[in-house]
Design a protein around this ligand. Structure first.
Ligand SMILES: Nc1ncnc2c1ncn2[C@@H]1O[C@H](COP(=O)(O)OP(=O)(O)OP(=O)(O)O)[C@@H](O)[C@H]1O
Ligand SMILES: [Mg+2]
Ligand SMILES: [Zn+2]
Length: 324
């Protein structure tokens, strides 16, 4: 399991900023208070001094150390009570100068006893949604909202879609990063290919893997930009992500312009990912004959040999939803 490296770096930076900010803000509140109420400054110094003497007593040891430590603890407690009373008197909450972390479990460090805190895991997942390229769809197109009822009018379509649904769920929940297989979703418009691949993406991101979702057209345009520039600036697109993410979902194969460059780009991505045992899901409206006509044999033989085919059947669900 590997979170996207860029996302991890970004979240780590946010977390570093978070606990520092919480501590600086507490320092600022303390300074404000000490300026306003000079007795507080005196008490703060006395509390710090008792604390320091406690540390020395602990380090120094000796027979009477436990007794001295206990006395210092009592002294500290009574100083703190005096401080709290003073704060109340001036109308401040007692914890006014405590550090306020967003997460009290990990004090905004992101880790508890060497393990990643849930808050940081959630932050990475949210960042994973964003970097997947389909943050909005991930909310609505899930396994829970995928209904087999739309295929009920045709029993063959229903059986097939039920099987596709099961295969998609198994793929997502068994996904292990490397060696998790590939899917080829074939079928007409509005039958749920994008919905089901989005549902897979969400589950796989939630399980901590790095997922990238893109239409073939957009991917090809990134490769074009990387190769030829975009004509306006010399910013280069980052194409390494297509070879590195743990799951790449390529939607709408066949809608890109077919030329030597796009086909060789596609071959390069499909072939490199297969050789690295990284999973890819491809969806297309083309049938197997169209695919053979349009792409090199080197591509189609890989698609038919190494990808599990899911054939989508039924009647356009976009239209069914309009009628309801
Ligand atoms: N089984 C389903 N249950 C609920 N909603 C569905 C189902 N299948 C598809 N939909 C919805 O119908 C619409 C079209 O589905 P989707 O975009 O997945 O089709 P598609 O097969 O990708 O079509 P296209 O080939 O045109 O891209 C979406 O809003 C989707 O959420
Ligand atoms: Mg689609
Ligand atoms: Zn936390």
């Amino acid at each position: 399991m590997a979170f996207n490296k860029e996302n991890f770096k970004k979240i780590r930076e946010i977390y570093d900023g978070k606990w520092k900010k919480a501590e600086l803000e507490a320092d600022a509140r303390r300074a404000e208070l000490q300026a306003k109420i000079p007795e507080i400054a005196k008490l703060d110094r006395a509390i710090a001094d008792v604390g320091l003497r406690g540390v020395y007593a602990t380090i120094g040891g000796g027979e009477d150390a436990p007794k001295r430590i206990k006395m210092l603890e009592e002294e500290s407690l009574s100083l703190q009570e005096a401080r709290a009373a003073l704060l109340r008197e001036y109308g401040y909450p007692e914890d006014y100068t405590s550090v306020r972390y967003e997460c009290s479990t990990c004090s905004d460090t992101g880790y508890v006893e060497g393990k990643m805190c849930n808050c940081m895991r959630m932050a990475l997942i949210m960042e994973g949604y964003r970097s997947s390229g389909i943050a909005r769809l991930l909310q609505s197109q899930t396994f829970e909202t995928f209904s087999l009822d739309y295929y009920k009018s045709n029993s063959r379509a229903y059986d097939r879609m039920k099987q596709n649904f099961e295969i998609a769920k198994r793929f997502a929940f068994d996904f292990e990063g490397e060696n998790s297989g590939n899917l080829l979703m074939l079928g007409g418009t509005g039958l749920g290919k994008t919905h089901l691949s989005t549902a897979i993406a969400k589950t796989v991101i939630d399980r901590g893997f790095d997922v990238l979702y893109v239409s073939v057209m957009d991917m090809v345009s990134d490769f074009e930009q990387e190769r030829f520039g975009n004509g306006y600036s010399n910013t280069q697109a980052d194409i390494s992500k297509y070879f590195e993410c743990e799951l790449l979902i390529l939607d709408d194969l066949g809608t890109e312009v077919a030329n030597q460059f796009t086909v060789s780009t596609l071959y390069n991505v499909i072939n490199t990912r297969l050789s690295k045992n990284l999973s890819t899901i491809i969806s297309t409206n083309l049938n197997s004959k169209d695919l053979r006509d349009r792409y090199w044999d080197r591509i189609t033989s890989r698609l038919f040999g190494e990808y599990t085919p899911l054939v989508f059947e039924g009647t356009d669900i976009r239209l069914q939803k309009l009628k309801i």
